[in-house]
Design a protein around this ligand. Structure first.
Ligand code: 5GP
Length: 176
């Protein structure tokens, strides 16, 4: 991969990500002591963040995943669909949604509506990145890794047309 071809600049290095993710893990562990939270990863963008976050959770917890789809290229289509639903019931559970990035908020709004009537004891959102300047609907993640400007980013699980998820850092995508 010739990085200069697709990368404007590195936004968060591997070290910065590791430090912030471990802080989030410690904070969530403290907040959920004795509650056995269920971590719901939103595929596929969450994968690297989810794995690193879970390693920093020090309370008993269970894991599940959903796959939602709304993006094409560098823009949200606004039409969110569930491609894969949860295997576990969330009845009575303390749910922590683990998302890569909250942008317009449409995906999280859709997900909250989907999960609302399933009887969870609580539902909170943990996102690695937040783009508050681009919100179209009100969504308030409780745990946020970093707030960023309205730029399209790649790496550490985030893709452009399914590429670049494997980069260990997060960078600003260079438009061709
Ligand atoms: P929202 O519904 O909040 O607009 O967008 C949520 C989803 O859009 C995220 O889960 C992510 O998959 C995708 N997304 C939003 N902003 C970016 C971005 O800057 N880069 C990448 N790769 N995906 C993004």
């Amino acid at each position: 991969m010739a990085e200069q071809q697709f990368l404007e600049r590195v936004l968060f290095s591997e070290e910065q990500l590791a430090k912030r993710v471990s802080e989030l893990g410690r904070q969530i562990s403290a907040d959920y002591r004795g509650k056995k939270p269920l971590f719901v990863g939103i595929l596929r963008g969450c994968i690297l963040f989810y794995a690193d976050l879970i390693k920093n959770i020090s309370v008993d917890c269970t894991l599940d995943f959903m796959c939602l789809s709304s993006y094409s290229g560098t823009g949200s289509t606004g039409h969110v669909r569930t491609m894969l639903d949860l295997r576990e019931s969330i009845q009575g559970r303390h749910v922590v949604i683990v998302e890569d990035i909250v942008d317009t908020g449409l995906t999280m709004e859709y997900l909250m509506k989907q999960l609302k009537d399933r009887g969870a004891a609580s539902i909170e959102i943990c996102c690695l990145l937040d783009k508050p300047g681009n919100r179209k609907v009100e969504v308030t993640p409780k745990y946020i890794g970093f707030s960023i400007e309205n730029e399209f980013v790649i790496g550490y699980g985030l893709d452009y047309n399914e590429l670049y998820r494997n980069l260990p850092y997060i960078g600003v995508f260079k438009k061709q």
